[in-house]
Design a protein around this ligand. Sequence first.
Ligand code: PEP
Ligand code: MG
Length: 582
Amino acid sequence: MKIRRGIPVVDGVVIGEAYILDGEHYRVTQRFLKAKTAEAAEQEWQRFEAAAAAARRETERIKEQISGEVSSEVASILNYLALLYEDPDFIDYVRRRVTKDFFTAEHAISRKVSIYRKEWERHEVTRARLADLDDFERQLLRFLLGEQQRTLSDLQKPVIVIARDLTPSQAASLPLEWVRGFVTDAGGKTSHTAILAQSRRIPAVVGLGSITGDAVGGELVILDGREGRVIIDPDPQTLAKYQDRQERFARYLLELDELRTLPAETRDGHLVTLYANIEFPDEIADALRFGAEGIGLYRTEFLYDNENPDPSEEDHYLAYSRAVELLGGRPLVIRTLDLGADKFVPDGLQHEKNPFLGCRSIRYCLLERRDVFWRQLRAILRASARGDVRIMLPMISSLEELLEAKSTIEEVKQELRREGHPFREELPVGIMIEVPSAALLADVLAQYADFFSIGTNDLVQYTLAVDRVNAKVAPLYQPTHPAIFRLLLTTIEAARRQKIPVSICGELSGEPHFTLPLVGLGMRDLSMASSTIPKIKRFIRRISALEAGRAVDAVLTIQNATETLEYLNEKAREIDPALYGL
Ligand code: PEP
Ligand code: MG
């Protein structure tokens, strides 16, 4: 039994078989064949031979393709790699391990390569070639696992997915109906894996460091998404304890579902409207099921991926129209492209040294690719003819940026008028407050924006200078930092004075221990990962605006993040004990 601790991102207890994915390609690291029979071993051996032949052909093809263009040193490396595929020492080793010890071909290859690696590390000449050895292993595994990659989407049993991190395209190809949990080496509370898991209410623990190396495909794993604990190969007592918790958690979810049609109303009659954050229109059905009253944040950059790195106006338009249709008259806040850094990185932004501070998001749209921005704005405006669409601009850091974006929107409207395309003339244009300069300048920005939505994921990152996706500094990523409360206060007051709506769409709006101070600060619109809506609703129905106001007074006197967190957890535990102990 191995116990590992990580960052809990989606509550829940699940027990299931490990399914291991690699960062570059799917990697199912099962050490032994399921059936230890001569027939299974023979099949595995044939699988290896086919993969080795394909890898050798690929190396030959590359050799021919680049012959004459490369140095003699590179040519000799390629020759050497081609030879390695036929090296009797290597081949015999794999054959013995597969047929006598029932190793999987992958495991046999990795074992032999690690033996080579130890030998090669001892001599200077071979030490310089270690990267080639890694290439050799990767190449072979790629051909072996290619077959399994195709069958991944045919997965027919529940699994707990264990990965280094999940890229959006990997996530998109996963059959989520079979995924009971996510566990990753990398990531923090606002990483893409976390956001995906939240939107589907799939229990998840991230930032575990090297869990992909600790677990083997097919092993039994317990995932405790509340405590951030992952237990590999549990002993019988531990397993029984968690089976019991799993059942209690399922009962708690049923209780939450019963609140679906009730309003999020405090005990003293204050209504809070709960919206969902989405990345794809397909998530809308789930969001409505969880009780969302609209979409407060549609992250449109997820239209972009390696297969479609440059979507057309029609691609945008179809996605937005579909979202409008699915919402049946409910509001849809479309955020314009927030490309770069932790999101999809388009061509031209790949080599920035400091991507989070680089030419990303609204800067990319205004400075680098106005054509891309224009195309998107046309599509949003056209879709606005079909429902309650609103535009939200990300990463605004100055008034000039907001004014320039607004005048671009006006120009696009002119063009559509000339072409006779209908759109919603009074379409609201709001901004995200996610850069400290915008929060500090909120009184000015509120005069020109139709609404604010506070993006605490980035606001925390930029205010505290802590990378939101770097697990090493995750403990320093503290949304309860007093500096964050001050910026929230400044922003909310500025919005109130200017009488514009203000909401929060960062992950903390889905964290119950923040609900009390947010309601106390006067927030009446919150947008969150849709699966968190039921527990936030239950929480709101247990509090009064009066006690929420008192909690804000208390928080503003505390001078550090840890004590604030303790205070808020204590309050939340009193209000809804089920959030803490099951
Ligand atoms: C945020 O920064 O808080 C936010 C909601 O946007 P994203 O997580 O997409 O950067
Ligand atoms: Mg952001």
